[in-house]
Design a protein around this ligand. Sequence first.
Ligand code: ADP
Ligand code: MG
Length: 737
Amino acid sequence: MDMEIESCEPIDMEESTPNPAHREPPSIRRLDEAVVNRIAAGEVIQRPVSAVKELIENSIDAGSTSISVLVKDGGLKLIQVSDDGHGIRYEDLPILCERHTTSKLSKFEDLLSIKSMGFRGEALASMTYVGHVTVTTITKGQLHGYRATYKDGVMENEPKACAAVKGTQIMIENLFYNMAARRKSLQNSADDYPKIVDLICRFAIHHTNVNFSCRKHGAARADVNSVATSSRLDAIRSVYGVSVAQNLLSIEASDDDPSNSVFEMDGFISNSNYAAKKITMVLFINDRLVECGALKRAIEIIYAATLPKASKPFIYMSIKLPPEHIDVNVHPTKREVSLLNQEVIIEKIQSVLESKLRNSNESRTFQEQRVDSSSVSISMSKDSQNHRSSSGLKSQKVPVRKMVRTDSQDPAGRLHAYLQVKPSSQLQGTSSLASVRSSIRQRRNPRETADLTSIQELTREIDSSCHSELLDIVGNCSYIGMADDVFALLQHNTHLYLANVVNLSKELMYQQVLRRFAHFSAIQLSDPAPLPDLIMLALKEQDLDSEGNENDDLKEKIAEMNTELIKQRAEMLEEYFGIYVDQNGNLSRLPIVLDQYTPDMDRVPELILCLGNDVNWDDEKICFQTIAAAIGNFYAFNPPLLPNPSGDGLQFYKKVPSTTSEDGNASGSADDSKEEEIEQELLSEAESAWSQREWSIQHVLFPSMRLFLKPPTSMATNGTFVKVASLEKLYKIFERC
Ligand code: ADP
Ligand code: MG
C-alpha cells in the first residue's frame, strides 16, 4: 500500500525546472541521459524493499539453495544479498549492469514468458543509477572470485580478483543518494525493514527448497531464518509460527478447458480458528510473487460470508498459468497482475474455498468418528501429521479432560457419525455464490437502522435480559445431534444439555429481525400469493388443529378484513420488514432473516394470519415487537408439517389410501399402483424436508446462534435448556463397571 503512495510521488521534481504560465513558452531541451535513466530507475526501484525483491529473484533464478539478506538503516545505507547460486561469468561482468542485458532469454519462445513478467534486464541497471552497487561473484571450478563496482550502468573498474565463497553477493549502498526528495520522504516514513522481513517470509514459504535468512546490520540474531524442507506446511510453521500452521486447510483447484480457463492452483487457507487483525495473502503466479486485488477481494468475500469471525484469513496460494495468460498491467515492482479469464478463475477458486471452509470442521470430526464410533472424539487439525495414529482411541482409557469436545467453534454434528452417514453434499451445494455475496452485503449493513427509539429500546431489552451462563453455553457448546424432533443434544464442558431448537430459533429470529430492521434482503416468491387465499388456508389449518368448525362465510369475512388491514400497512411492512404486498393484495416478497436459510414456505399462511390477528398496530414499540415475533415464529425451525418418517411417523406414510382419502372419493382401489406412488412421493418429500431441517440446524442455526443469539433469562427456567448429564459422573460409573 505504501508503494502506491510512493508511486504518486513526483519523483522527477528534483530535476524539473519551474514553468510559470505567464512567461514565454520555455524552450524544450533534451534531458541528460543520466537523468532519464535515473528517473526510469526510480520507477523500477521505488524503495528499498523493491530492490531486495529484485535481488532475491535473481538469486532464486541463479539456482541458489541459500539466500541471506543484510539490511542497514531500512535499506537506505545498505542492502546486501548473498546467495550460493551459479554465479556470474567473468566475461559478463562488464555488461552486467547495462540496461537490457540478461541471461534469461535464450530462445525465441522464452519471449512470451519474459514479456509476461516485463522489465527484464533492468533491475541491476536501475540499482546502479540510484545507488552504489558492488558485485562479488565466483563461478564453479574457479579458485577465486571477482569483485566489481558499478555506477550508472557502467562497470567502474576492472574486476578485482578476491577470495569468495560459492555464489554471488550484491551490495547496494546509499540507495537514492542522488534523489534527495525520495530519500527524505523514505527517511521520514517508517523504515522498510519490516516490509523486507515480510517479503522474505513470503518467499520462504513458496521456495521451500531454499534457506532464507534476514538480519539487521549489527543484530546478533536473524529475524527470518527458514530451513529448506520438503513440506510446505513445515515451512509455514517455521516462518509464520505454529498458531498459523495448525489452523490451515490445504486447497486445490484446476481447470483445463481452453474455452473456459486453464490453470492449476494449490495452497493453504486458514480455518475458523484462525484469528488475525489483517488478511495475509501470499500469492505466487508462475512462481513469481505478485498481487491480484480482484482475487484478494473475492477471497475476503468468501470468508466474511462463511466465517465472519475469522474473516481476516491467512492465504497462501500458488497458481500456474500459461505465461501468455498473465498481464502485468500496473508496475514492475508492484507486480499487480490481471489474468486472462480472470472472472472464471476467480469464481472457481471462490467456490473451492467456500466448500472447503464449510466442510472443514465437519469433515475432520466426521472422519475421526467413523474410524471408531465408540470412542470419544477429540478434535484436531485435519492436516496434522499425526492425525491417523491419534484417532485410534478405542481401547485407551480416556481422561475426562479429553471427553470434552475441545473444538467448540466446530459446528459438526457428531451424532450423525454414530447413526448414519448421510451425503449432505447436495444440501450444501445449494448455497450459491450469489447468496454468499448477498449475505456479505447484509452483514456489512451499518446499524444506523436502529435510530428509531422503539427499536433501540427493544434491542436494549434483549441485551439486558441476556443470561450470561446460557450465553456461554450457546457460544461454546458443541452440537451433537437431534435427540428428537424438537430437542438437540449439546455438550458444554463436561455437561450434556437438551436444548429446544424451536424456542431457540424463534428467539434468534426475533432478535435478528430487530437487528436487520429496515435492512432486509428479500426472498422473491415465484408467484405472488393473494392474501385472502393465504388467510383462508391458515384458518382452515387452524380448524383442523382445534377441531373447531367455523363456517366458510365467516372465514371469508375474516380474510377480507385482514387483507384490508395488511394492505393499509403495506408501506411500513415493506420499508421496515421487507414484506412486500402489492396494491392488489398479493404477497410477493419476504425478508431474509438468516442467511443461507429459507424458511418453510408451508407456513406463509400462518405468518399472514398472525400479521392480521396478533399484531398490535397502535403502539409503535409493541407493533414492531409483535411483527418481529410473528416473523420469528415463521422463521423458527419448527418441525416440518409432514411427520418425521424416521420414527413412528413412518406409519403415516403406510396408511391404506382409501381410508385416508378425505373427500371420500372412491377412486382409490381402482388405481392401487398410482396411490402407492403418491405415498412414495410424499415419503421422499418428508425425508428431504426433515434432513434439510436437520442439516440447517447443524450448519446454519447453531453457528448463527453462536454468533448472534443473546438467550433471555426466561430460557433458563422455561425448559428450553435441560441439563441431562455430567460426563464426569457418567465416566465414573463406566469406570466402576
Ligand atoms: P534479469 O533478472 O531480468 O535478467 P537483472 O538486471 O535483474 O535482469 O539481472 C541481469 C542479469 O544478471 C541476469 O540475467 C543474470 O544473468 C545476472 N545476475 C543477476 N543477479 C545474479 C545472481 N545473484 N546470480 C547470478 N547471476 C545474476
Ligand atoms: Mg532480475
